[in-house]
Design a protein around this ligand. Structure first.
Ligand code: SIN
Ligand code: FE
Length: 324
């Protein structure tokens, strides 16, 4: 099978080199490699100025994180009983909730306990939506709210296979849920009750990851994509874009040399903090931490302030044709 050739103007970035440092978020807000915009707000219903909205939108579109050191997702006394790893079922990493149909998945709980856990995820879903609507109003008209998750399992050592090992640098792409070029915008909140940070590594920019891995990715087969869809293995058609993103995700994780040598910076997100990031373009690895909430949103690149920086448009420029 043919590999994806790079368009002629695509050159490797000569400025990339190995960098490793730790950013104690909340103490130091901005470092060259990982851009972090800190917002000192403690309310999910805060009102933001036009300038804050524009800056935050540009920051995340350009591969940065918006970090709220004091924006906490608060559990009621009764909900604190869910701060145990076995709130999830066996062999599952997360409890997930879909506000579009009200379903809770992955929980080991039943009856009233399950309903209370569901209410907790529902509240997070609503607060995350309120935050994104007020901070990133440009997206509000077309933003789609997808899954909400609760992650009570320690991130270090929770893995079952290299492909599922999120302690390795990767960009997000999911085998059964093609997004056909839509962005994956995520809100995370560390709710650890014992003072434990969520520790991430952030890797090199998306262009650099794509330059490195795209040339070795074989072209996708439209027939195979139709079979996956017909068998229900994918929820919608796996486009060429989805194929490339999945391959990038897998190749990054499988490449031990890349994991050991790629430029990265460590971020420590303390309990009581919240952050927003595009995880389809920002290379990340969750090294450790326990008890976190997460909300995923989907957004068409056309709805961005600058669609040209979306992974879809970047990859399309590199291969010289439409991918979704
Ligand atoms: C991931 O998206 O790779 C996991 C993030 C986390 O669990 O902190
Ligand atoms: Fe991820």
């Amino acid at each position: 099978m043919a590999a994806f050739g790079l368009a002629r103007d695509a050159k490797p970035d000569p400025h990339l080199h190995r960098v490793n440092f730790t950013i104690e978020l909340g103490r130091k807000g901005f470092v060259d490699m990982v851009r972090v915009q800190t917002i000192e707000e403690d309310s999910w219903q805060a009102v933001y100025s036009d300038r804050q909205q524009e800056e935050a939108t540009r920051e995340i579109e350009n591969g940065g994180l918006v970090f709220f050191p004091r924006l906490a997702f608060t559990l009621s006394e009764a909900e604190k009983r869910f701060l145990v790893p076995d709130a999830v079922g066996q062999k599952v990493k997360n409890v997930s909730f879909d506000i579009r149909n009200g379903t809770l998945r992955g929980s080991a709980l039943e009856g009233a306990d399950a309903a209370a856990l569901r209410a907790m995820l529902d509240r997070y879903a609503r607060q995350a939506l309120a935050l994104v609507r007020s901070l990133l109003p440009h997206y509000a008209p077309t933003l789609e709210q997808a899954r909400t998750s609760y992650r009570p399992v320690e991130a270090a050592g929770r893995t079952t296979s290299w492909r599922k090992d999120d302690t390795r640098l990767h960009v997000d792409a999911f085998p059964s849920s093609p997004n056909q070029g839509q962005r994956l915008l995520r809100v995370f909140s560390n709710i650890n009750p014992a003072g434990k940070d969520r520790v991430w590594n952030i890797g090199e920019p998306f262009e650099a990851v794509a330059q490195r891995f795209l040339p070795s990715i074989a072209a996708s087969s439209p027939g195979y994509a139709r079979v996956l869809r017909a068998l229900g293995i994918t929820k919608s058609l796996r486009t060429e874009y989805d194929h490339i993103m999945l391959q990038m995700h897998d190749r990054m994780k499988a490449d031990k040399n890349y994991q050991a040598t790629a430029a990265s910076a460590q971020l420590r997100m303390p309990p009581g903090s919240t952050w927003i990031v595009y995880t389809d373009s920002v290379s990340h690895a969750a090294l450790s931490g326990q008890f976190m909430m997460e909300q995923t949103f989907l957004l068409r690149p056309a709805a961005m302030l600058d669609p040209s920086v979306s992974p879809l448009r970047i990859l399309e420029r590199m291969v010289g044709r439409a991918l979704a």
